[in-house]
Design a protein around this ligand. Sequence first.
Ligand code: IMP
Ligand code: MG
Length: 203
Amino acid sequence: MVLALRYSRDVTNRGTDRPTDGTRLEDGDEVGRVIVSEADLQARIAELGAAITADYAGRPPLLVGVLKGAFMFMSDLSRAIALPSEVDFMAVSSYGSATRTSGVVRIVKDLDVDLVDRHVLVVEDIVDSGLTLNYLQRYLLAREPASLEVCALLVKEGQQRTAVDLRYVGFTIPADFVIGYGLDVAERYRNLSAIHAYEGPKA
Ligand code: IMP
Ligand code: MG
């Protein structure tokens, strides 16, 4: 019973009152300042969900999350959309260094469902060069959805090297590498609740 109490949800102080062994993830050497706080993320996601709910009334969306980075955003965004909807996931990996994409995208996991006549809304974590999304948009359009739009949580200011059509954007942020809320560096830090600057050595 003590455990149940200790681990129960404390919504007044999320992110700072988690049971730990004394070492907070947020305090690691590589975890820099907060770029987008947990409260700001949640408030903006509620707004995005309301906008999507209004825009897709009568046209149930198929939310397509791009793994792994979008897993947390998809989880929160899907619950902010008050419409019948479906979710599916793709996993892509782009060749390149840990902090730079090459634009050559490999589909690691494809969708399970047919897109023909579906209203597809791609849920993406972050748009940097835009090369990954540009590739995905062309790949998905070839499957003849009724509509195809993108909801990106983050867009890095001034970095886009190709045209990307973004219907919904959470935040425009400076071009520095960021971690947290699904975003990783070498698979780490995805479980931070806020978006932080990455202070480690750039790979
Ligand atoms: P793009 O093709 O350059 O637009 O890069 C898009 C992908 O690279 C995203 O979906 C992320 O997976 C990854 N990425 C880009 N910038 C960051 C970052 O600052 N932190 C973590 N991942 C990033
Ligand atoms: Mg990534």
